[in-house]
Design a protein around this ligand. Structure first.
Ligand code: NAP
Length: 248
Protein backbone atom coordinates (compact mmCIF):
# COMPACT_ATOMS: atom_id res chain seq x y z
CA UNK A 1 0.00 0.00 0.00
CA UNK A 2 1.29 3.50 -0.86
CA UNK A 3 2.14 5.82 2.01
CA UNK A 4 -0.17 8.82 2.56
CA UNK A 5 0.71 12.38 3.52
CA UNK A 6 -1.77 15.08 4.56
CA UNK A 7 -0.52 18.62 3.88
CA UNK A 8 -2.31 21.75 5.11
CA UNK A 9 -2.14 24.56 2.54
CA UNK A 10 -0.85 22.15 -0.10
CA UNK A 11 -2.35 23.93 -3.10
CA UNK A 12 0.46 26.41 -3.78
CA UNK A 13 3.87 27.62 -2.64
CA UNK A 14 5.88 25.40 -0.27
CA UNK A 15 2.95 23.03 0.34
CA UNK A 16 2.43 22.40 -3.38
CA UNK A 17 6.18 21.84 -3.96
CA UNK A 18 6.23 19.34 -1.08
CA UNK A 19 3.15 17.56 -2.45
CA UNK A 20 4.73 17.13 -5.90
CA UNK A 21 8.10 15.98 -4.53
CA UNK A 22 6.47 13.44 -2.21
CA UNK A 23 4.24 12.20 -5.05
CA UNK A 24 7.43 11.62 -7.07
CA UNK A 25 8.70 9.59 -4.10
CA UNK A 26 5.55 7.43 -4.31
CA UNK A 27 3.30 9.01 -1.66
CA UNK A 28 -0.45 9.54 -2.06
CA UNK A 29 -1.35 13.11 -1.12
CA UNK A 30 -4.30 14.73 0.64
CA UNK A 31 -3.93 18.50 0.48
CA UNK A 32 -6.02 21.21 2.05
CA UNK A 33 -6.69 24.74 0.83
CA UNK A 34 -8.80 27.59 2.11
CA UNK A 35 -10.19 29.60 -0.81
CA UNK A 36 -8.54 28.88 -4.18
CA UNK A 37 -10.12 25.62 -5.39
CA UNK A 38 -8.73 26.12 -8.92
CA UNK A 39 -5.13 26.01 -7.71
CA UNK A 40 -5.88 23.03 -5.44
CA UNK A 41 -7.43 21.10 -8.35
CA UNK A 42 -4.43 21.92 -10.54
CA UNK A 43 -2.03 20.53 -7.93
CA UNK A 44 -4.15 17.37 -7.64
CA UNK A 45 -4.08 16.83 -11.38
CA UNK A 46 -0.30 17.48 -11.51
CA UNK A 47 0.15 14.81 -8.79
CA UNK A 48 -2.03 12.34 -10.70
CA UNK A 49 0.16 12.89 -13.79
CA UNK A 50 3.06 11.67 -11.64
CA UNK A 51 1.20 8.39 -10.99
CA UNK A 52 0.11 9.04 -7.40
CA UNK A 53 -3.39 9.53 -6.05
CA UNK A 54 -4.46 12.87 -4.57
CA UNK A 55 -7.45 14.73 -3.16
CA UNK A 56 -8.04 18.42 -2.48
CA UNK A 57 -9.93 19.21 0.71
CA UNK A 58 -11.37 22.62 1.50
CA UNK A 59 -10.94 23.72 5.10
CA UNK A 60 -9.92 26.67 7.22
CA UNK A 61 -7.21 25.45 9.62
CA UNK A 62 -8.54 27.89 12.22
CA UNK A 63 -11.82 25.93 12.31
CA UNK A 64 -11.69 22.85 14.52
CA UNK A 65 -14.69 21.41 12.66
CA UNK A 66 -12.95 21.82 9.29
CA UNK A 67 -9.72 20.21 10.55
CA UNK A 68 -11.58 17.21 12.00
CA UNK A 69 -13.42 16.83 8.68
CA UNK A 70 -10.15 17.05 6.70
CA UNK A 71 -8.66 14.16 8.74
CA UNK A 72 -11.90 12.12 8.39
CA UNK A 73 -11.92 12.71 4.60
CA UNK A 74 -8.27 11.69 4.28
CA UNK A 75 -8.79 8.46 6.24
CA UNK A 76 -11.98 7.67 4.30
CA UNK A 77 -10.07 7.93 1.02
CA UNK A 78 -6.67 6.46 1.91
CA UNK A 79 -7.34 4.35 5.10
CA UNK A 80 -4.19 5.57 6.83
CA UNK A 81 -2.14 8.73 7.36
CA UNK A 82 1.61 8.19 7.65
CA UNK A 83 2.83 11.81 7.57
CA UNK A 84 1.29 15.21 8.28
CA UNK A 85 2.80 18.51 7.14
CA UNK A 86 1.46 21.50 9.07
CA UNK A 87 2.20 24.12 6.45
CA UNK A 88 -0.71 26.59 6.06
CA UNK A 89 0.18 30.03 7.37
CA UNK A 90 -0.28 33.72 6.65
CA UNK A 91 1.52 37.04 7.10
CA UNK A 92 -0.03 40.49 7.52
CA UNK A 93 0.94 43.79 5.90
CA UNK A 94 4.33 45.23 6.91
CA UNK A 95 3.82 47.35 10.06
CA UNK A 96 5.28 48.09 13.50
CA UNK A 97 3.36 46.52 16.38
CA UNK A 98 1.94 49.91 17.38
CA UNK A 99 -0.09 49.91 14.14
CA UNK A 100 -1.35 46.32 14.25
CA UNK A 101 -5.07 45.89 15.01
CA UNK A 102 -6.60 43.42 17.44
CA UNK A 103 -8.44 41.85 14.49
CA UNK A 104 -5.18 41.12 12.69
CA UNK A 105 -3.49 39.76 15.83
CA UNK A 106 -6.42 37.37 16.33
CA UNK A 107 -6.26 36.24 12.70
CA UNK A 108 -2.50 35.53 12.82
CA UNK A 109 -2.84 33.64 16.09
CA UNK A 110 -5.95 31.74 14.93
CA UNK A 111 -4.42 30.53 11.66
CA UNK A 112 -0.72 30.18 12.49
CA UNK A 113 -0.95 28.91 16.07
CA UNK A 114 -4.44 27.57 16.78
CA UNK A 115 -4.65 26.03 13.29
CA UNK A 116 -1.29 24.30 13.82
CA UNK A 117 -2.47 23.01 17.22
CA UNK A 118 -5.69 21.56 15.74
CA UNK A 119 -3.71 19.83 12.99
CA UNK A 120 -1.06 18.55 15.40
CA UNK A 121 -3.61 17.28 17.91
CA UNK A 122 -5.43 15.25 15.29
CA UNK A 123 -2.12 14.03 13.88
CA UNK A 124 -1.06 12.84 17.33
CA UNK A 125 -4.00 10.44 17.52
CA UNK A 126 -4.47 9.52 13.85
CA UNK A 127 -0.94 9.12 12.46
CA UNK A 128 0.41 5.60 12.09
CA UNK A 129 3.63 4.23 10.60
CA UNK A 130 3.31 2.71 7.13
CA UNK A 131 3.64 -1.09 7.14
CA UNK A 132 7.29 -1.04 6.00
CA UNK A 133 8.29 1.87 8.30
CA UNK A 134 9.20 2.18 11.97
CA UNK A 135 7.80 5.67 12.44
CA UNK A 136 5.19 8.17 11.29
CA UNK A 137 6.13 11.83 10.82
CA UNK A 138 4.74 15.22 11.74
CA UNK A 139 6.52 18.20 10.17
CA UNK A 140 5.74 21.82 11.01
CA UNK A 141 6.59 24.66 8.65
CA UNK A 142 7.94 27.30 11.02
CA UNK A 143 10.11 30.21 9.83
CA UNK A 144 13.53 31.77 10.30
CA UNK A 145 11.40 34.68 11.56
CA UNK A 146 11.04 32.72 14.83
CA UNK A 147 14.69 33.52 15.65
CA UNK A 148 15.01 36.84 13.71
CA UNK A 149 11.86 38.45 15.17
CA UNK A 150 10.84 40.44 12.04
CA UNK A 151 11.01 43.91 13.68
CA UNK A 152 8.99 46.66 11.93
CA UNK A 153 7.68 44.07 9.50
CA UNK A 154 5.51 41.54 11.32
CA UNK A 155 6.52 40.66 14.89
CA UNK A 156 3.12 38.97 15.27
CA UNK A 157 3.96 36.49 12.52
CA UNK A 158 7.47 35.89 13.92
CA UNK A 159 6.11 35.23 17.41
CA UNK A 160 3.49 32.84 16.02
CA UNK A 161 6.35 30.82 14.49
CA UNK A 162 8.21 30.92 17.83
CA UNK A 163 5.20 29.11 19.25
CA UNK A 164 5.54 26.48 16.52
CA UNK A 165 9.19 25.87 17.45
CA UNK A 166 8.25 25.33 21.10
CA UNK A 167 5.39 23.04 20.11
CA UNK A 168 7.80 21.02 17.97
CA UNK A 169 10.18 20.51 20.90
CA UNK A 170 7.47 19.51 23.38
CA UNK A 171 5.50 17.30 21.03
CA UNK A 172 8.60 15.49 19.79
CA UNK A 173 9.17 14.23 23.34
CA UNK A 174 5.47 13.54 23.96
CA UNK A 175 5.03 11.48 20.78
CA UNK A 176 8.39 9.67 20.54
CA UNK A 177 7.06 6.64 22.48
CA UNK A 178 4.14 6.49 20.01
CA UNK A 179 6.64 6.19 17.12
CA UNK A 180 5.73 9.62 15.75
CA UNK A 181 8.70 11.85 14.90
CA UNK A 182 8.03 15.59 15.18
CA UNK A 183 10.28 18.11 13.41
CA UNK A 184 10.11 21.60 11.94
CA UNK A 185 11.69 23.31 8.97
CA UNK A 186 12.48 27.01 9.29
CA UNK A 187 12.49 28.48 5.77
CA UNK A 188 14.19 31.83 5.18
CA UNK A 189 13.24 34.10 2.30
CA UNK A 190 11.43 31.84 -0.13
CA UNK A 191 10.03 32.94 -3.46
CA UNK A 192 6.26 32.28 -3.13
CA UNK A 193 3.05 34.30 -3.32
CA UNK A 194 2.91 34.78 0.45
CA UNK A 195 4.87 38.03 0.06
CA UNK A 196 2.29 39.47 -2.35
CA UNK A 197 -0.46 38.51 0.10
CA UNK A 198 1.44 40.57 2.71
CA UNK A 199 1.57 43.57 0.33
CA UNK A 200 5.23 43.10 -0.71
CA UNK A 201 5.25 41.16 -4.03
CA UNK A 202 8.93 42.03 -4.64
CA UNK A 203 10.10 41.07 -1.11
CA UNK A 204 11.96 37.84 -1.98
CA UNK A 205 13.77 39.47 -4.90
CA UNK A 206 14.47 42.74 -3.06
CA UNK A 207 15.87 41.16 0.12
CA UNK A 208 17.44 38.12 -1.56
CA UNK A 209 20.82 39.84 -1.88
CA UNK A 210 20.99 40.41 1.91
CA UNK A 211 20.99 36.64 2.51
CA UNK A 212 24.51 35.15 3.01
CA UNK A 213 23.91 32.96 -0.04
CA UNK A 214 22.87 36.14 -1.91
CA UNK A 215 19.56 34.85 -3.23
CA UNK A 216 16.08 33.84 -2.11
CA UNK A 217 15.29 30.13 -1.83
CA UNK A 218 12.74 28.18 -3.86
CA UNK A 219 9.69 26.29 -2.64
CA UNK A 220 11.31 23.10 -3.97
CA UNK A 221 14.39 23.61 -1.81
CA UNK A 222 12.16 23.70 1.28
CA UNK A 223 9.98 20.85 0.00
CA UNK A 224 13.01 18.57 -0.28
CA UNK A 225 13.85 19.13 3.40
CA UNK A 226 10.24 18.41 4.39
CA UNK A 227 10.12 15.26 2.23
CA UNK A 228 13.34 14.05 3.86
CA UNK A 229 11.96 14.61 7.37
CA UNK A 230 8.83 12.62 6.39
CA UNK A 231 10.92 9.74 5.05
CA UNK A 232 12.51 6.81 6.86
CA UNK A 233 15.89 8.31 5.93
CA UNK A 234 15.18 10.59 8.91
CA UNK A 235 14.16 7.64 11.15
CA UNK A 236 16.24 8.83 14.15
CA UNK A 237 15.56 12.57 13.71
CA UNK A 238 12.98 14.09 16.04
CA UNK A 239 12.72 17.48 17.74
CA UNK A 240 14.88 19.11 15.04
CA UNK A 241 14.41 22.71 13.90
CA UNK A 242 15.96 22.56 10.44
CA UNK A 243 16.93 25.93 8.94
CA UNK A 244 16.50 26.11 5.16
CA UNK A 245 17.49 29.72 4.91
CA UNK A 246 20.68 30.19 2.88
CA UNK A 247 22.61 31.11 6.02
CA UNK A 248 20.15 33.82 7.06
P1 NAP B 1 1.50 30.69 0.21
O1 NAP B 1 2.15 30.57 -1.13
O2 NAP B 1 0.77 31.95 0.55
O3 NAP B 1 0.48 29.42 0.35
C1 NAP B 1 -0.30 29.33 1.51
C2 NAP B 1 -1.12 28.07 1.48
O4 NAP B 1 -1.85 27.99 2.71
C3 NAP B 1 -2.16 28.03 0.37
O5 NAP B 1 -2.37 26.70 -0.02
C4 NAP B 1 -3.41 28.58 1.07
O6 NAP B 1 -4.64 28.17 0.46
C5 NAP B 1 -3.27 27.96 2.43
N1 NAP B 1 -3.96 28.69 3.48
C6 NAP B 1 -3.87 30.00 3.82
N2 NAP B 1 -4.69 30.28 4.84
C7 NAP B 1 -5.31 29.11 5.17
C8 NAP B 1 -6.28 28.75 6.13
N3 NAP B 1 -6.81 29.65 6.97
N4 NAP B 1 -6.68 27.45 6.17
C9 NAP B 1 -6.19 26.54 5.31
N5 NAP B 1 -5.27 26.83 4.38
C10 NAP B 1 -4.85 28.10 4.30
O7 NAP B 1 2.53 30.44 1.39
P2 NAP B 1 4.02 29.79 1.41
O8 NAP B 1 5.00 30.86 1.18
O9 NAP B 1 4.05 28.55 0.62
O10 NAP B 1 4.10 29.45 2.98
C11 NAP B 1 3.80 28.17 3.50
C12 NAP B 1 4.30 28.13 4.94
O11 NAP B 1 5.70 28.46 4.94
C13 NAP B 1 3.62 29.15 5.86
O12 NAP B 1 3.41 28.57 7.12
C14 NAP B 1 4.65 30.26 5.95
O13 NAP B 1 4.55 30.98 7.15
C15 NAP B 1 5.94 29.47 5.89
N6 NAP B 1 7.11 30.26 5.47
C16 NAP B 1 7.15 30.85 4.25
C17 NAP B 1 8.27 31.62 3.90
C18 NAP B 1 8.39 32.31 2.58
O14 NAP B 1 9.30 33.16 2.43
N7 NAP B 1 7.56 32.00 1.59
C19 NAP B 1 9.32 31.75 4.81
C20 NAP B 1 9.23 31.13 6.05
C21 NAP B 1 8.12 30.39 6.37
P3 NAP B 1 -5.58 29.25 -0.36
O15 NAP B 1 -4.72 29.77 -1.49
O16 NAP B 1 -6.75 28.47 -0.81
O17 NAP B 1 -5.91 30.32 0.64
Amino acid sequence: MKRTVLISGGSRGIGRATALLMAQDGWNVALTYNSDSGMADKTVSDIQQLGSDAIALQGDVASETDVLRNFDETLARFSQINAVVVNAGIVGQKAPLADISAERLRKIIDINILGAFFFAREASSRLSPAEDCETAALVFVSSAAARLGSPNEYVDYAASKGAIDTLTIGLSKELAPKKIRVNAVRPGLIDTEIHASGGQPDRAERLGKTVPMERPGSANEVGRAIAWLCSEDAAYTTGALLDVAGGR
